[in-house]
Design a binder for this molecule. Structure first.
Ligand code: NAD
Length: 485
């Protein structure tokens, strides 16, 4: 990983942030205060969604008169602030949501700072011909309404802000209520960074207490011209039914195939590194493995050398009953499985304790050989638990992996040196991201080429979103002139 903190260093960062939080009275009395940090009032946070939208609109109007170079300065400043305060946001995120790992969250913030595209992403197109010149430019929408998740809260707020501001927009967030202090800290950071280099005081805004009602006001407000939603299926569906232009970045359940040509030792390490990154919170992280029978034992023994514990089938079944809760849909009578929020993003040690298994902190992932129908394969758990299914050959591997992906078209992974097998799976699974022979995070620019994002828009097709995803195309035609040949 790019950031490798010792346990002592992580503890020091957490202690510093927690001390700052508890010295501010409202936090100590009322839990998480989303309007101030360490006694400092956060900029851009409003009680009413309408006021947040008005503030972001004012900010948007202010940056309309800026040059692209001036706008790029805003982005550079956000990068610097994000790097400088990565440790605070990482510790705050873990403390508030009780999910993920501080060292990995620091790495995620630095990735956002370094690899989120800025104004260079906005490129105009020119067409010339007998009839003259036609120019197509990428214009801002105005004010973007964004829904952000609890799993990468400040990372998503900052990454979204950078792309949306680079495109010339203002932004209003309705962040996940479970990560509101962390998300609003990030909103304030963006505003501080922007104002420090000549931008408006408020360019991105949020609410103190986000609810489904505040989200609804955002969807319907005439000033909101684009909605961008990063979250689970429910919220993506809600945003896509809003009647407005919307970008939806929804759930995944990324399968991994390991065939008999793969470097098995490396595959075992890569899969566990990716699966345990931030305790499996990233939507791109490895969620279930399909391995050829002939190499399955070697893969499992490689995983055991990389901080895993192998559960028996009985233990796996007992754990499934704890990490997932059964819920009957009142309309259809069908039983659904909902992830237990007390387990999402937790350390493996903490999850295993719930079924009476005690392990040390060196155990970072629980693996289990299970049949295809098992909940460890079918459900998006977002915790360091990995179901492993043995398969006969590439045909069976592709068939089952595609089924386990559930048509999300999100992310899939494969470890192989057989280009035919790699190509066949990539074509069949049709995911937005396909990672070959690397941990999942290579797919968002961590040890892989290409820019980063924390909003991977599979359902609406923008893919690995960046500034240009948040623009609208405008055409200007000059007939019969402006050709130079
Ligand atoms: P979530 O779906 O529980 O919540 C996301 C946000 O939507 C929250 O602010 C929540 O309060 C709000 N919300 C939920 N239902 C709503 C509705 N009907 N109307 C308005 N707002 C609503 O998300 P989470 O648990 O924080 O994140 C995990 C999920 O998000 C996973 O499924 C994960 O795969 C997905 N995710 C996807 C991406 C991506 O880029 N595709 C990135 C991160 C997370």
């Amino acid at each position: 990983m790019a950031v490798n903190l010792t346990e002592a260093q992580v503890a020091e960062v957490v202690a510093k942030v927690v001390k700052e939080l508890v010295t501010s009275a409202p936090v100590a009395k009322t839990g998480w205060d989303s309007t101030q940090y360490n006694g400092r009032r956060l900029v851009g946070i409003y009680d009413k969604m309408e006021d947040a939208i008005a503030a972001a609109e004012k900010g948007y109007k202010a940056i309309r008169s800026m040059t692209v170079a001036e706008r790029e300065k805003l982005i550079t400043s956000i990068r610097e602030y994000c790097r400088a305060e990565a440790d605070v946001m990482a510790a705050l995120g873990v403390a508030e949501t009780k999910m993920g790992r501080v060292d990995h969250k620091i790495a995620k913030h630095k990735l956002v700072a370094d690899k989120t595209p800025g104004t260079e992403d906005i490129v105009a197109e020119a067409k010339t011909g007998d009839c003259g010149l036609t120019l197509t430019e990428r214009a801002p929408f105005g004010v973007v309404g964004a829904i952000t998740p609890s799993t990468n809260p400040s990372e998503t707020v900052i990454c979204n802000s950078m792309g949306m501001i680079a495109a010339g927009n203002g932004v209003v967030f309705n962040p996940h209520p479970g990560a509101i202090a962390t998300s609003n800290y990030a909103v304030d950071l963006v505003n501080r960074a922007v104002h420090a280099v000549g931008g408006p005081e408020v360019l991105v805004a949020s609410v103190a207490k986000p609810t489904l009602e505040s989200a609804d006001i955002m969807y319907k407000h005439p000033s909101i011209k684009l909605l961008v939603c990063t979250g689970g299926p429910g919220v993506v569906r809600a945003v896509l039914s809003s009647g407005k232009k919307a970008i939806g970045a929804g759930a995944g359940n990324p399968p991994v195939i390991v065939d008999d040509t793969a470097d098995i030792e490396k595959a075992a390490k890569d899969i566990i590194d990716g699966c345990t990154f931030d305790n499996n919170l990233p939507c791109i992280a490895e969620k279930e493995v399909f391995v050829f029978n002939g190499v399955a034992d070697r893969l499992i023994s490689g995983m055991l050398k990389n901080g895993c514990i192998l559960l028996t089938r009985e233990q796996a079944d007992a754990l499934a009953k704890v990490v997932l809760v059964e819920k009957t849909d009142p309309k259809t009578g069908k039983v659904k499985h909902i992830v237990n929020r007390d387990c999402v993003g937790r350390d493996c040690r903490v999850i295993l304790e719930k079924i009476g298994i005690k392990v040390g902190p060196e155990i970072r992932c629980a693996i289990a050989e299970v049949p295809f129908e098992h909940l460890f394969v079918q459900e998006e758990l977002m915790m360091p638990i990995l179901g492993i299914v043995r398969v006969r050959d590439i045909d069976e591997a592709i068939e089952l992996a595609c089924k386990a992906e559930h048509g999300n078209r999100h992310t899939a992974h494969m470890h192989s040196k057989n280009i035919d097998n790699l190509s066949r799976f990539a074509k069949a699974v049709e995911t937005t991201i396909f990672v070959k022979n690397a941990p999942s995070y290579a797919g968002i620019g961590f040890g892989g080429e290409g820019h980063t994002t924390f909003t991977i828009a599979g359902p609406t097709g923008e893919g690995i979103t960046s500034a240009k995803s948040f623009t609208r195309l405008r055409r200007c035609v000059m007939a019969d002139s402006f050709r130079i040949i």
